[in-house]
Design a protein around this ligand. Structure first.
Ligand code: URA
Length: 214
């Protein structure tokens, strides 16, 4: 099966899974979107109003900002894959609950397995928590973490959520700066060769300016 076929199969199983939470209050499932052959997988939080209406992730104001930030580093949206930890819109855009995130987790994990990215950019604290539990986003944003996920090396880059950047200019400036790390990581095609860490264990966090040490 091709990646597209595997993703279509995954989507169909999610559509049919009546045990998934938040379905009743939502218009539709918001599946991941983008280039399945990308090296860069973005993971956000949950669909908002416009995503719920249109059925695609990051199409509202936060999505427009994400598009702009991607363009600024020469990585236009069609080149990446974008998804969320929760796939139905929580009522009134409230934060997703831990049990809701847990219910979607096997599907998110399978999606990551299919895409097989080298770099995972987490947007906001909920997706960050999937890979880097017990850290504060204010302390780790814009750093690179070499981890092993599903037995494979991957570089996790935690970033602020674009919606937070829309609310505060200082966060926007930080996010714009942190995005440059994605470009740096991509330009170092050989970085996977030095990632040998045990499963689900965070080996080390590197500051932006330390990335060349990888
Ligand atoms: N915020 C998210 O986290 N995801 C979306 O898809 C839209 C806004």
């Amino acid at each position: 099966m091709t990646k597209q076929e595997r993703l279509a199969n995954l989507r169909a199983r999610m559509e049919a899974d009546m045990k998934l939470p938040l379905r009743l209050g939502a218009t539709q499932l918001v599946f991941g979107d983008g280039n399945p052959d990308t090296q860069v997988y973005f993971l956000g939080e949950a669909p908002g109003y416009y995503e719920d209406k249109q059925g695609n992730p990051f199409v509202g104001l936060a999505g427009k900002l994400l598009d702009k930030l991607l363009e600024e580093i020469g990585l236009e949206r069609p080149k990446v894959y974008i998804s969320n930890v929760v796939r139905f819109r929580p009522p009134g855009n409230r934060d997703p609950e831990p049990d809701e995130i847990a219910a979607f987790r096997p599907y998110v994990d399978e999606e990551i397995e299919i895409i097989d990215p080298k770099i995972i950019v987490t947007l906001g604290r909920f997706s960050m928590g999937k890979f880097l539990p017990d850290v504060k986003i204010s302390q780790v944003h814009g750093k690179a973490f070499k981890i092993s996920f599903q037995g494979k090396p991957v570089l996790v880059l935690p970033m602020y959520h674009p919606a937070a950047a829309l609310r505060a200019g200082a966060i926007l400036e930080q996010l714009r700066e942190d995005f440059k790390l994605i470009r740096k990581a991509l330009d170092r095609a050989d970085f996977t060769e030095v990632m040998q860490v045990s499963d689900n264990k965070v080996e080390e966090g590197l500051k932006t300016d330390q990335l060349s040490l990888i």
